[in-house]
Every structure is written in structure tokens, then in C-alpha cells.
Design a binder for this molecule. Structure first.
Ligand SMILES: [Zn+2]
Length: 428
């Protein structure tokens, strides 16, 4: 089966490509990218006026399977991914049971192959049961297809355990992803500690709790020579720490989420539980530091931390509501509206951070339109205006701080392995 995407602006930072042209897909692979490709008998997607780019890669997603399917499962989560323009998502292991063994990794991969609309990478736990006491089967998991190791959802309190985890992961060429918030300092807080938390009378999670955790984890990476990736960076201090570490040659990479890059703690006023997340939404100086970090390469990637909860769970008092919300279906719109259209990031930088960089960090065969690569492609309409309505989401997590917002920019087609899995918002 052949497919030609005609006349789009092809942006592929993996090969410094930015041209108007055509992309030919044949047998699931990129067959050619060029000026004008005519292929008799091929299906055609008219991409004039649209961006054609490597499919987006989300390295931080909670698919909730196994065990928490009322929140999400592989089928619903990967449909949401396709709707959002993602061709690969990587699932975090804080499930029931926790994905902490090679057999569970293999099981997830098999199930994702059968039920997934997009590609799924599986992240294995660092500690057994994510309990922070005993190392999980890190080597076995990496040898059996895990793309990284993480206790995400929890900070690894024991420096000794993280040290050993980094050393094991390094032996097998893997990286450790850190959820960096010192829980002894932040654990009983509900939002960012600052003027707004004081006004609302809610206990805060201070930025320094993240700064401390990031600093320690980076020092351990530096000491062991292992590779660490800092998830959902949200503070100016963390950005500074990562920037300095990169200058020293530490093997550290980092991601920021669309919500931390575009929202402040002011949105918590009103106690909307859709604004509750860990780490919390911060004040404006932190948001500005994150954007500057993304711009200068300190922060490599944008990842959603898509964390769906059942509606009933979020529908309660702010203090008791679980943290996190859906992100896959709003990410492109939010980033384009707030960063691209406001002149803070170029479209090339958006594609780099949402596709090329996460693929590179995890060593995935993704994030490129090079000839011979899998035909994982996103088509984006930079100008399309739409209103966020969670009723239309494919995810089961009908909860987002962007509800009702009018956004400018949307993925309009998603192609996975040469197959069109989403077109005009409809997942096939
Ligand atoms: Zn996390």
C-alpha cells in the first residue's frame, strides 16, 4: 500500500529538513521525501498549508494498565494519543501490579501490539513494587524491551538505591527517569507554596523540594556515570541545576509538560481539582525559566505526564482529589497556542522537543522522516481553531485544566507504520 502526502511543509529536525514537498510512504516505511513525487495508484493526503513532521513521541504517559482500567487502558490511551498527533507513547509503571519484572514488560508489549492504536514503549520500575526498598529486575527488563527505568509517581528517597539503580541501568545501556520532589518537604502539600497558597490557606509544596531532589539525582548521575532524565521539571532552580550539570558533561536530560510551560498557580484559585498535579503549577517566574530552559536546550523534551483519573475521583474537595489530568489530546494545541503563536518557540523547536528529542533520549527508532524509517508521521494545522471539550476526548480521563479554552493549532492526521490512524480528529 502506498500513500503520498502532497505539498506540505516538511519539518524534520533529525535531518535539518524544512522544505515544501511530498512524502512517499510505501509498505509502512518512508520511501522518499522530495520536491514533487507522483506515484500512480497511491492514496493521497493533501497537505498543502499544513506541517508534515515525524510523529510525536510522548515519553511520559500513564496508560493505567494493568489494573486501573477504570481510569484508562491501552486501547483508550493510545486512541487519545493518535487523536493528539502522537505515534509513540511510553507508559509509566505505577500500575497494579507495578511493572517491575521482565515478564510484565513483555506482557505489556504484547498487549500493546494487539490493542494499541499507536506504538507503546514500556518503562519498568526502579524498585520492586515501586516501594523504594529493593531494586526491581532492571537488567532483565531492559533486555526484554523496557525503554527506561523509573519509579515515577514517587521520589526515590534512598540515595543508595538510586545509585545502584543508575549503575545497573548503565550496564544495560538504559536510563533512569526521576520524579524529583523531596516528599519529606513536599509530601503533605496540595499546591505550589507561595502567595496563592497563602491566600487560599492550602498547604504548599515548595519549589525547593524539587530543587533539592534534582540536585541530588544529578550528583548521583555524575558520580556513577549513569544517565538520568528529570521528568516534569517545574522550577527555576531545577532548570539552573540541569543547565550547570550539562555544562559539566553530566549525562542528564530533562522534560517539561505543556501545563507547567503555560499555566501558573493562579489557576488554582477557585479550587478546580483539574488544576491539581504533582509537581504543582508554579508562579510566573518559574514558568518563564522553563520556557528559557526549553529554548536554550537545557530542557530537551516536552512530555505530557498524561495522568487520567475517573471523573468521580476528581469530583471532590481539592485536598482529597488525586493529582494529575489528561494531556495527550491538548498538548499540541496548548503548545502551539501559548508558545508557537506567541513567538516563544519556532515550529522546528516544537517538533524537535515533541518528537526528535524524546526518541533520541530513549533510543527509539522514531522521531525521523529519514528514508527507510517507519512511516510514523503527524500532520499539523497551525491555524485550526478549536475549543477544548473533554466530552470529545478519547481518553477516559475527562479532566483538564484547559477545559473550554479556545486553542489555535491541532494535529489533523496521524500515521503509524504507514497506516492513517487519525484524520480530522477521528481515530480509525
Ligand atoms: Zn511523575
Amino acid at each position: 500500500m502506498k500513500l503520498v502526502l502532497k505539498g506540505g511543509r516538511i519539518i524534520d529536525p533529525s535531518q535539518e529538513l524544512d522544505i515544501i514537498g511530498d512524502v512517499l510512504v510505501s509498505d509502512g516505511l518512508i520511501a522518499a521525501v522530495g520536491d514533487k513525487i507522483d506515484e500512480p495508484g497511491a492514496d493521497v493526503i493533501d497537505a498543502r498549508g499544513l506541517i508534515v513532521a515525524p510523529g510525536l513521541v510522548d515519553m511520559h504517559v500513564h496508560l493505567r494498565e494493568p489494573g486501573l482500567e477504570a481510569k484508562e487502558d491501552i486501547a483508550s490511551g493510545t486512541k487519545a494519543a493518535a487523536a493528539g498527533g502522537f505515534t509513540t507513547v511510553c507508559s509509566m509503571p505505577n500500575t497494579r501490579p507495578v511493572v517491575d519484572s521482565a515478564i510484565l514488560v513483555a506482557g505489556m508489549l504484547q498487549q500493546a501490539k494487539e490493542e494499541g492504536t499507536v506504538n507503546v514503549g514500556v518503562i519498568g520500575a526502579l524498585s520492586k513494587g515501586q516501594e523504594g526498598r529493593e531494586l526491581a529486575e532492571i537488567g532483565d527488563m531492559l533486555l526484554n524491551g523496557a525503554v527506561a527505568i523509573s519509579d515515577d509517581g514517587h521520589y526515590v528517597e534512598s540515595a543508595r538505591l538510586l545509585r545502584t539503580g543508575l549503575e545497573y541501568a548503565m550496564m544495560f545501556g538504559g536510563i533512569v527517569i526521576s520524579h524529583a520532589e523531596d516528599e519529606t518537604l513536599a509530601g503533605d502539600g496540595f499546591m505550589h507554596e507561595g502567595a496563592v497558597s497563602a491566600m487560599l490557606g492550602l498547604r504548599g509544596r515548595p519549589a525547593v523540594a524539587e530543587d533539592i531532589a534534582v540536585a541530588r539525582d544529578i550528583l548521583l548521575a555524575e558520580y556513577t556515570g549513569g544517565a538520568i532524565h528529570i521528568a516534569h521539571v517545574s522550577t527555576a532552580g531545577a532548570v539552573e541545576c540541569i543547565r550547570a550539570a550539562k555544562k559539566r558533561g553530566v549525562r542528564v536530560t530533562a522534560e517539561a509538560t505543556p501545563h507547567h510551560l503555560t499555566l501558573t498557580d493562579a489557576v488554582v484559585i477557585g479550587f478546580n481539582t483539574a488544576t491539581k498535579v504533582n509537581p504543582p503549577l508554579r508562579s510566573v517566574e518559574h514558568v518563564e525559566a522553563l520556557i528559557a530552559g526549553l529554548k536554550d536546550g537545557t530542557i530537551d523534551a516536552i512530555a505530557t505526564d498524561h495522568a487520567p483519573h475517573a471523573f468521580e475521583e476528581k469530583d471532590m474537595e481539592f485536598r482529597y482529589a488525586p493529582s494529575g489530568f489528561a494531556g495527550l489530546e491538548t498538548a499540541v494545541g496548548v503548545i502551539l497556542t501559548e508558545l508557537y503563536h506567541k513567538g516563544k518557540l519556532s515550529i522546528n523547536e516544537v517538533i524537535e522537543s515533541m518528537s526528535v528529542a524524546p526518541a533520541r533520549i530513549l533510543g527509539l527508532a522514531a522521531g525521523t522522516l529519514k528514508t527507510g524509517a517507519a512511516a510514523d508521521i503527524v500532520v499539523i494545522d497551525l491555524e485550526k481553531e478549536w475549543t477544548v471539550d473533554s466530552k470529545n476526548f478519547y481518553t477516559r480521563g475527562k479532566c483538564t485544566p484547559f477545559e473550554g479554552n479556545t486553542l489555535r493549532g491541532k494535529a489533523v492526521a496521524t500515521i503509524v507504520g504507514g497506516r492513517v490512524v487519525m484524520q480530522d480528529g477521528e481515530v480509525k
